[in-house]
Design a protein around this ligand. Structure first.
Ligand code: SAH
Length: 204
């Protein structure tokens, strides 16, 4: 297992994902490092898989769609909420300059730290409630939320977006989850609703 399977995964995503930088990041990322040993045989399948603490590593297609939605620039500073396995954060780190990632469960954050180091990805991890964002390093050019918010995105996250910043998050409304893209333009907040998804809930 290794880069050959990751490259094959990126090829399979090509019909649904147009951004070559995103596909390149997926092709270079050893997803097997981010899943429990028992799930390694399935690490390069396009499916969500169980990780510790009853959580999941997201489906690669959904991760890729969220990454391309953020339109990351190489000098961007990014906040990721819900570190989980660290896989999504590792991909963000290949596409942007600085990545901060917040996780509620310390045990998951510890495992993610080891996986990120093994994959050679530089991400600054924090343990705590991501609904509060990470004010110490704000503002962020992009914010990625990997757990579903009930109806509204936590206001602290919107506050910590830089002018021109983008935020992508699954939002649950009337029993249905969809990705939402928020863009900050001056005093205006532009909201676009995108793909249907299934994420674990964002705890508050
Ligand atoms: N991005 C992850 C997938 C994470 S699943 C990956 O690539 O593997 C969602 C994660 O969000 C879970 O690990 C869950 O513990 C975490 N989470 C849920 N609510 C949270 C909150 N309020 N603050 C921080 N993390 C939270």
């Amino acid at each position: 297992m290794g880069p050959a399977e990751a490259a094959a995964l990126a090829v399979r995503l090509r019909s649904a994902v147009g951004d070559e930088r995103v596909l390149g990041a997926i092709a270079a990322m050893p997803r097997e490092r981010f899943v429990p040993l028992s799930e390694r045989p399935r690490a390069y399948e396009n499916v969500a898989l169980p990780i510790a603490c009853g959580q999941t590593i997201s489906q690669p297609l959904v991760v890729a769609r969220m990454l391309e939605t953020l339109q990351l620039q190489p000098d961007d500073r990014v906040l990721d909420i819900g570190t989980g396995s660290g896989y999504h954060a590792a991909l963000l780190a290949r596409l942007a300059a600085e990545v901060y990632s917040v996780e509620l469960h310390a045990a998951l954050s510890d495992r993610a730290a080891r996986a990120l180091a093994a994959a050679g990805a530089h991400v600054t991890l924090a343990v705590g409630d991501g609904c509060r964002g990470l004010p110490a390093h704000a503002p962020y050019d992009a914010i990625n939320v990997a757990a579903a918010a009930r109806r509204r995105i936590p206001p602290a996250l919107i506050e910590q977006l830089a002018p021109g910043g983008r935020l992508v998050a699954p939002v649950e409304e009337r029993g249905e989850q969809r990705l939402a893209l928020l863009r900050k333009r001056g005093d205006e907040l532009l909201v676009t609703r995108l793909d249907r998804v299934r994420f674990v809930p964002l705890r508050s």
